[in-house]
Design a protein around this ligand. Sequence first.
Ligand code: ZN
Length: 159
Amino acid sequence: MVKKDSVVSLSYTLTNADGQQLDKSAPDKPFAYLHGKKQIVPGLENALEGLAIGDKKEITVPPTEGYGEFDPKLKLDIERSNFPKDVDIQPGMQFSADVNGDNLIFTVTGLENDKVQVDGNHPLAGQTLHFDVEVVEIRDATKEELEHGHSHGPGGHQH
Ligand code: ZN
């Protein structure tokens, strides 16, 4: 059964509210995570609790239980002079910055004269997520995995 400190392997398909596929596990390589350690979004983790190997479930996760609501205040125009001179700033570039104590990933979305437009929202912020999951494997976490707070692949530590 899926419970705290299990390593759970899932095959899954993730679609948004429009039915658009956003992500999918590889056919021969299920996605593994350590249950109860916030490695996955809370709405998904809570819904998987108690499932057994072979169980299939459709799970709908609202933004508050997923990647958060879209926050327009995280869309900012920053003076070009605040970035290093020798870096060629281009849309799509990412950098991290502390906002009220949280470390957020910002993506450059545009350039206008001496302003750099950035967005600190998660790409899936504000989206209702639909997960179609099947539990492929459940095992107890090793001592090392519990110490690290994440699961390890078949070959040991892989990150
Ligand atoms: Zn590790």
